[in-house]
Design a protein around this ligand. Sequence first.
Ligand code: RP5
Length: 172
Amino acid sequence: MSKPHVAVVMGSASDSEIMEETARVLTDLEIPFEIGVYSAHRTPDRTAEFAAQAAKRGIKVIIAGAGAAAHLAGVLASKTHIPVIGVPLASTPLQGFDALLATVQMPAGFPVATMAVGKAGAANAAFMAAEMLALQDEKLSQRIVAWRARKASAVEAASETIAGKDWSSMTG
Ligand code: RP5
């Protein structure tokens, strides 16, 4: 695979089950990526260094998933000018509402493009990164369109299956 243009990072190994969704979509779209754990509070220097070096290494977009008082995406955004996409994760009794607010409420000048909490957000982070890269990559743009067309066909097929059932036998 060619050099990765997307870096997927998470605050803890415990975030990996959800962040697998990001990896799955990037793989489906044939986008090379690197992935790792960078904690903003347990390994702050390593995390800051990663962000500071990312653009020089050819990374064009960073996707950051974190839970709790989720400062990871914001810390990364403070150390790099490339786009940072944040995925708030539900890892405390507040079910991700804490991470959502911490990720989205960045002060002006240090944006974090914040996705939905959890799996949908993790998948959408990959699509958002893909759409950014597709601005300068026509083949990727076509793969995104094809992915959507496959999903549309699946919905139409499901509709036909449901419509073809014998609903008259369903009595209360
Ligand atoms: C966040 O707190 C992580 O992203 C994870 O969701 C949660 C637990 O982190 P650790 O206690 O494993 O560092 O920072």
